[in-house]
Design a binder for this molecule. Sequence first.
Ligand code: NAP
Ligand code: MG
Length: 488
Amino acid sequence: MAKKKESPQGTEWNYSPSPESTTHVKLEKRYALFINNEWVAPSSKAYFPTLNPANETVISEIAWANDKDVDKAVRAARKAYQEVWSKLSGAERGKYLFRIARMMQEKSRELAVIESMDCGKPIRESRDIDIPLACNHFFYYAGWADKLEYAFPTKNPKPLGVAGQIIPWNFPLLMAAWKIAPALAAGNTVVLKPAETTSLTALKLAEIIKESGLPPGVVNIVTGHGDTGAAIVNHPDIDKIAFTGSTNVGKIIQRSVAGTHKKTTLELGGKSANIIFDDAPIDQAVEGIVNGIFFNQGHVCCAGSRLFVQENVAEEVIRKLKHRMESLYVGDPLDKNTDIGAINSKEQLDTINRYIKIGIEEGAEIHQSQCAIPSQGFFCRPTLFIGVSQSHTIAQEEIFGPVLSIQTFRTVDEVIQKANNTPYGLAAGVWTDKGSRIFNLTTQLKAGVVWANTYNKFDPVSPFGGYKESGFGREGGLHGLGAYLKLS
Ligand code: NAP
Ligand code: MG
């Protein structure tokens, strides 16, 4: 079916379907656990299906690791740490990381297609954002592996030991790269658990790791549900827990590690403010709003899910935003024209729809784009709410979907107070022509990242992390490397 897309000037273009080919994708029917560079059947013999959320078909089966399997992986990681990895020079560790980065680049097309199939994100994003950034993280940290003493002069940097790493489903391969690359560069070994619904690219990374010749046991990938993650967190022979996921699970983890020797970093949820002043370039700001909340179906921890618009431009911004929403395609993640792909799971779609219902019940005014959505699979139209106040549930709680709540403000002090009035503190965006205002807001907004006249920009060099209930510790840059080192 041809699709229509309208330009901001009102011109209509018709797009024919343009699906990315899947013929180059090699997937096993069933994946075992990756321990000690071997594919090991789970001791329970249990497997669970992973679905393509765009058509609800089973793509593959994934092993479910219980505490015995996690113990096996931790033992492998400990042995590799003591006997091999901690004895290698930084230059040797760097060579492995560079090799893995190059091999990921060679397989980037396959990785992008698998990511879109398993996760539901548009191929344009997996191809142009997730996979290149994942490779760049390996390249970046590979470069630091032999320069730790220059990175942390006078600090005598030493690895921590075995790192247990648990990641969410919204950026599967990228989150794996954020975790594995700095840990290995710093000289640690790893046991990583991907999210239940999106394990495939981490398992493809395991294939790359095996082929790269990385010594056995340095990276172990154990798949499973939340209880597999809990088994990692509670294992006594783990030295560091790195968790990215929801604030609720982050709190459980923090309670579990309290009083132990385990170092912890928690990258948790968000309810980030995107703030538009009346002197902002409005058309660019509208693109920034779309990028901030509809990008990746709103499955972004730092999504700009609370929009604050200065009152005298609110009418113009909302009108242009509604117009722009009409030109967003919602549909097949593998189609290169798709802007908004599938919601990752039925559970997540139900959660989003529950919040939309609450928004309506609490009296906010809803607007959804009129676009067609596929009848099969898990899809949600881009949605905005106006007439929202601070006390509305949709302005307070993380929805993790393409749902925007809009409030207006008059003064700088008012918007700072409103933007900071949340338990979270992950990110924020500021749109204005005035440099002095940007500096004022970056110091006063309680957010780990503040973007100015842009949104959702990532780079391996730049640290990322939260304030308050968005967690603690930083990933990316030198801060992310330091989180895997003893610095005395
Ligand atoms: P989640 O439910 O907290 O799950 C995250 C990971 O933890 C998954 O691998 C999950 O396994 C595992 N897990 C679940 N219960 C556990 C337990 N009791 N102990 C140990 N591990 C456990 O989060 P999600 O729904 O996958 O991801 C969405 C959340 O991640 C959002 O809140 C988002 O804001 C946050 N996020 C934050 C950042 C950041 O950098 N701050 C980045 C991305 C996402 P299962 O998959 O099997 O449940
Ligand atoms: Mg899946």
